[in-house]
Write a protein that binds this ligand. Structure first.
Ligand SMILES: C[S@@+](CC[C@H](N)C(=O)[O-])C[C@H]1O[C@@H](n2cnc3c(N)ncnc32)[C@H](O)[C@@H]1O
Length: 295
């Protein structure tokens, strides 16, 4: 492997492991939207060309073009979502467990923060975010509570948002095995603030195009919305026709042409962390890894 792109450097765990393992590596490119990740970016002495890019990985096609690397990359990794550094820093406003300003921006390029969503968006838009990105059953109720609360005073902190959400039917707070009542709402708002799903939809086709023949793309996702996008794009690029949108298709109807096959699937089913890894790193519990290889 000569050229490796890490789309989500974070604390550099994967990047350092790959650089350390592949002594033959010549070029490393590391993306992250968060300036903090760049402050601690790997400075592997053995890599000849080390490029760190403070940008969204959705700009990968353009950024790799600048580096004249499109079509030449041997491996790309996207380890999606927020990092432990985000979740464990109250001042970033991602965690309902730590009080902090209601921010949730992974980087300064976001157009708005969680505070803007919660205090300024119309109730129906907040409800849509909680339903579609949070997959929260009680989306209507929670959006209404948020809007009632903000009419009394602006919601400025994570704990104020937790209080506005209140108790959610069927979720007994504090019981082991139960998710916190604010979990899904926080997830939904975070995805909206960072346009996380749009970025994945843009980045995966660009990443596949950037690979050299035989190069591999690995994507680690943490919830079903991310995994579905990864699965669908991988399958489509592997030449499988997308499932019909609605209803059965008549046998006499013209069948759609299968899309051209540009990758083969290395993982038919996603790989999950084993028990040892989950014991060591509880957040790996929901991780799913899918890998494809450019033909
Ligand atoms: C799960 S962490 C990655 C952890 C990293 N693999 C490690 O080993 O330390 C995800 C990182 O990707 C960054 N990130 C998330 N979405 C991004 C995007 N669309 N473009 C660039 N960076 C992104 C976040 O800021 C965060 O630092």
């Amino acid at each position: 492997m000569k050229t490796y792109v890490d789309g989500t450097m974070g604390a550099g765990g994967h990047a350092c492991a790959v650089i350390g393992e592949h002594l033959e590596l010549v070029t490393f490119v590391g993306f992250d939207v968060d300036p903090l990740a760049h402050a601690i970016a790997p400075r592997g002495a053995r890599v000849l060309e080390l490029n760190t890019v403070l940008d969204n990985f959705r700009a990968m096609r353009f950024r790799l073009d600048e580096l004249e690397l499109n079509g030449k990359v041997d491996a790309i990794l996207l380890d999606l979502g927020v990092s432990s550094m985000h979740l464990d820093s109250p001042e970033r406003g991602f965690s309902f467990g730590n009080d902090g300003p209601l921010d949730m921006r992974m980087g300064p390029s976001c157009a708005f923060s969680a505070m803007d969503v919660v205090n300024e968006w119309p109730e129906e838009d907040i409800a849509r975010v909680i339903r579609d990105y949070g997959e929260e059953k009680h989306w209507r109720l929670i959006a209404r509570r948020i809007c009632e609360r903000r009419a009394e005073a602006p919601i400025l902190t994570t704990s104020a948002l937790v209080r506005a959400i209140g108790r959610v039917p069927g979720v007994k707070k504090g019981r082991s095995g139960n998710v916190h009542p604010a979990t899904r709402t926080f997830q939904g708002i975070r995805i909206a603030v960072n346009d996380e799903l749009g970025a994945i939809e843009d980045a995966i086709p660009a990443a596949i195009d950037a690979l050299a023949p035989g190069g591999r793309l690995g994507v680690i996702s943490f919830h079903s919305l991310e995994d579905k996008i990864v699965k669908d794009i991988f399958r489509e690029r592997a030449g499988r026709a997308p499932p019909p949108d609605e209803g059965p298709v008549s046998a006499w109807a013209p069948q759609p042409e299968p899309p051209p096959k540009v990758v083969k699937l290395i993982t038919r089913k996603p790989l999950s962390a084993d028990e040892d890894e989950v014991r060591e790193n509880a957040r790996s519990r929901s991780a799913k890894l899918r890998v494809c290889e450019k033909l």
